[in-house]
Every structure is written in C-alpha cells, then in structure tokens.
Design a protein around this ligand. Structure first.
Ligand code: G4P
Length: 524
C-alpha cells in the first residue's frame, strides 16, 4: 500500500512511567508545548485535575462527563513525526489497565525525580515494561532543585532496576547553582537560554572543552562536572543502539520539566532513538509486519461508562498492521463475527475527534456495546490474525466480597462473571470455604467494581478488605490442603489453579522453608 511504510515509520507510540509527583504531567505538557499543540503551560494540569481528586470525586466527574477519555491517549505532531502518548495513571487511578496499556506501546519514558530517585511505582511499571524488551528512556527531573548527586542517581537506577544506564548528558551543578548540561552525545554544552524554548548551546572541542572564552570555564563546577562526565564515559557503559532498542540499556537525560530546561534535547533524542512500530508474533507463530496491508489490532483496554444512562464503552485498540479507514469491516477473532467500524474516535491534545484513518502504531477508540473483551484481536481479510493473549498481572490488594441481598444472588453472579471476564478485576475463591475474593493492583478497581455491580446489575455487595497480600501460584501436584492458614490463605483462581495469598514476605519465607520442594510462581 503506497505510503503506508512512510506513515508507519513516523509513528512513536509510548507511555510515560513514573511515581506520582515525579513530573509526568509536567513533561507531557512540555511535549505539547514544543509540538505547538498547546500555547501555554498549565493547560494539562488544569484539565487533568481528576488525578488530584479522591476516588469518589473521580467517579462523580466520570458521571458528569459520561465516558472519560481525558488523557487516556494523546496524539500530537512533533518534528514531522506523529507521537501517541498513552496515559498510565498513578495515584488512586492505578489499576490493571495501567499495566495493560504498557502492552500497547513501543517505548517507555521513565521520569525520575532527582530528589527522591527510584520510587516503588516506577519500579513496578519498569518491571512490566522491561519484560517486553522495548526501549526505556530515563529523564532525571527537577534539576532546578537541589537533589541527590547525579552519580548516586545513576548508580541507584542500575542497581535497583537492574538495567545498564548511559548518561546522554551530565548536569553541571543543581538547584540554584545549576550551570548547564554537559552533553557529550551532541558534543555541546547546554545553557539556560532567554526563554524556555531556546536553550543556548556552546559546541565542545576535541578535548571536550566548551569552545570560546567564558568566565564559567574557570569555575570548579565546570571543571569537576567535565571530569565526572569524562570518567563516566571512560569507565561506564558504551553507547549501544541495539541494546537501547532491546531495553537493555537506558539512555539517561537530566533536566527540569518545570522550567523546560533540557526537555527539547531529551525529546529530540527520544524521537530519534525510539523505535517506530515493530512486528508482532501471532499465536500461529507468524510474524506480522506493521506494514502488512491487512489491518489488524488488539483491544488492550475497555473503558466503561460510569453513567448508568449510557451503557456504551470505549474499547481501545492498538493498531498493529495496515491502515484503518472509517467504516471498514473487520472480523473479531474470538467470535468470528464481522462488524463495521463506523464509530471510532481518536485522541488529540485538546479534543476528541472522529477518526477517518489511522495506521499501525496508532490507537483508536471503538464505541462498544458489549462486543469486545480485553485481548481481542480484530482484522481484515480472509486469513485469521490472532495476537498472543495479554499477560495477567499479579494482584496485590484483596477484598472478600458477598452479595448484600441473598435474593439478588443471580444478578450478583452474572455481574461478577462479566466484570471479571472484562478484565476489570480478578476473582478467587478460598479453598476451604469457597468464599469469593477479589484481587486488584489498585484500590480504584474495587470501587469501580462495586459501583458498576450496583448500577449495571443492581447488585449491592458487602466488601471486607484483606489488605495487601503476596499472591503466588503453586502447581496442582504440590497442593496439600493443610498448607492453608490465616497467614497463608489457600485459594483458587478463576481457572481453578491453586494460589496462596501470603500475609507478608515473612509468611512467604516461612512457607518456603517449610515446603522447600514447592515452586511458587507469580504472574507478570
Ligand atoms: P506527576 O504527573 O508525575 O504526578 O507530577 P506533576 O507533573 O504533576 O508534578 C508534580 C509536582 O512537581 C508539581 O508541583 C510540579 O509543578 C512539580 N514539578 C514537576 N517538574 C518539576 C521540575 O522540573 N522542577 C520542579 N521544581 N518542580 C517540578 P505541585 O506543587 O505538586 O503542583 P502545582 O501546584 O505546581 O500544580
């Protein structure tokens, strides 16, 4: 198909992963500023206020708005490329959807605050991304503030996350004493410019010294900074694009999202080094190229409407090959049914538009009346295209659940079955007493579950929190019913597989000592 290859090569589809408050929103906003999609800072923040609300407020907002797609996907033009940013909510909105979104991107940007370093949520998200073997770029943020030393931050990154790091630039000072960024990759010194969009650049000579007479060159900050950077480049990891593409080496950039310093340098290198959409391996072993002219994609997220008056949902599809054109007919692999995709939506920085066409790498939202499930494959043409199933993620939070009204058992069971199938939440049963237990990676999943069960299935539920548990699967042949205790509760998942919910690592270790021959497995 003429032009498809060119279009696909211009796509950069990624997610920003970070711990809340590291600066994800601020850097997204910078990207929108540099791309010209918004004109002033503060826009995203004001619009994305949802993340600052408590979950009950969040639901209120969802109700008022109907389907909320505020920041699920944003598409912007940057430097002749089309960039798709997928949101990975933090705070109270953290859920399995966050993990699943990471299955639909081709690269990740990890934002780390220089004050705090690697925090728990970053580590979790990193682990999910890392298993996919896609490029991960690190932005060390908040350089305008005094933070931890750059060497310490890079060391921690390598140690805690187990990935090699390659500093693309190196800060000369920090906070109010910040002189600039020593950029060996671009062979230049980057200084604060007159405005946020135009930093000043001084080229470096053969010896790595800034060309020209500058007063700062005699400062110890400059001298020491260069010495550190040189040392790091001699003793540290080598720049290796192949390792970057496979996610085994993370290029590290320093900067300040708030002031915009170093952001453009980062973005330019990112779009340059990050991969365009790649091929996918199908269930039958076939390798599907993004430029294959058969359109195909998979559903990675279903956003249900919180408003009971509007039962519609949006199924988010990652296009993996070919081109989508409005009104085209596709086959849903799971059912073999064909359907016309007439109502679709694409996501811009400031609006939501009906999509006319999109190509591999893009995300489209399909209005859904209950046809789709998470992980579904859709395609055109006569040859079946079935993507590999999305992984299941190990839940960390658990809740006992039962119907409040025994007369409504039927609607309770129906609702639960459908919501579990949809991937909204995971379901377990205690081995001995067959009580229902829900598992989630974020608190919000419980609240949405409860809310939807009431509004869509008219079933009120009793929920008893069990708190954090460590879920580990065991092989059926290892099952011994006396393994269960209050500290390590034996349960089965919805496929009947035995799983132990440990109260804490202490209980897990105790179990390992007691049953050394039993292998404990975890999901992704
Ligand atoms: P998040 O999406 O990762 O949760 O973080 P967000 O961008 O909302 O940033 C969290 C806080 O950190 C915000 O301050 C933001 O202004 C600040 N911040 C982000 N980048 C930088 C930076 O480079 N330098 C400095 N000094 N601060 C930065 P806040 O006070 O919580 O919010 P607001 O009152 O400014 O809106």
């Amino acid at each position: 198909m003429a032009g498809l290859q060119e279009k696909v090569s211009k796509r950069r589809t990624f997610a920003i992963i970070s711990h809340p408050d590291a600066g994800k929103t601020t850097i997204t906003e910078q990207l929108l500023l540099f791309s010209g999609a918004i004109r002033s800072a503060g826009t995203v923040k004001a619009k994305g206020k949802g993340k600052d609300f408590a979950t009950s407020d969040w639901m209120e907002i969802e109700k008022q708005r109907g389907i909320s797609i505020t920041s699920s996907v944003m598409q912007v033009d940057y430097d002749g490329l089309q960039i798709n940013i997928l949101d990975t909510p933090g705070h109270e909105d953290f859920s399995e959807d966050t993990y699943r979104t990471l299955m639909a991107v081709d690269a990740a940007v990890m934002v780390v605050g220089t004050g705090k370093g690697i925090e728990p949520q970053t580590k979790k998200l990193f682990e999910v991304v890392s298993r996919r073997g896609i490029p991960i770029f690190t932005f060390m943020n908040k350089l305008d503030r005094d933070g931890r030393s750059p060497l310490e931050l890079v060391d921690e990154l390598e140690e805690v996350l187990g990935i090699d790091a390659y500093p693309m630039n190196w800060p000369l000072g920090m906070g109010s004493g910040l002189l600039g960024l020593y950029d060996l990759y671009n062979k230049r010194l980057e200084l604060r410019g007159a405005d946020r969009e135009h930093d000043e650049f001084i080229p470096l000579d053969e010896e790595g010294e800034a060309v020209g007479d500058y007063e700062f060159k005699s400062s110890s900050l400059y001298q020491q900074g260069i010495e550190d950077a040189m040392l790091l480049h001699e003793a540290g990891n080598e720049f290796d694009l192949d390792k970057i593409k496979k996610g085994r080496l993370t290029p590290v950039f320093f900067g300040s999202a708030l002031t915009g310093f170093g952001v453009k340098t980062f973005l330019d290198a990112f779009v340059d080094l990050a991969s365009a959409p790649d091929s996918h391996e199908l269930m039958n072993g076939e390798i599907l190229e993004p430029t294959d002219e058969r359109f195909s994609g998979f559903v990675f997220k279903i956003q249900a409407n919180m408003n009971p008056k509007h039962r519609d949902r949006i199924a988010f599809v990652r296009i993996c090959s070919g081109q989508f054109d409005k009104g085209m007919e596709v086959t849903l692999d799971r059912t073999g049914k064909t359907m016309r995709l007439a109502h679709t939506t694409q996501f811009m920085a400031d609006s939501r538009e009906e999509v006319q066409s999109a190509v591999a790498g893009d995300i489209i939202g399909l209005f859904d009346t209950g046809n789709f499930q998470i992980g579904d494959s859709i395609y055109t043409g006569n040859r079946e295209i079935e993507f590999k199933p999305l992984p299941q993620f190990t839940p960390e939070l658990f809740m006992k659940v039962s119907p409040k009204n025994v007369m409504k058992q039927k609607s309770f069971h129906k609702g639960m079955e459908q919501l579990v199938q949809e991937g909204a939440i995971q379901l377990y049963k205690t081995y001995h007493s067959q009580e229902y237990i829900l598992g989630a990676v974020g608190q919000l999943q419980f609240e949405i579950f409860q809310h939807r069960l009431l509004n869509e299935y008219n079933a009120e539920v009793e929920m008893t929190p069990m708190g954090h548990r460590i879920a580990r699967w065991i092989d059926e042949e290892d099952l011994d019913t006396s393994m269960s205790s209050s500290r390590n509760l034996l349960a089965t998942d919805r496929y009947g597989q035995p799983v132990i919910l440990f109260e804490n690592t202490f209980a897990e270790n105790w179990f390992k000592d007691k049953y050394p021959d039993v292998t404990l497995h975890q999901l992704m």
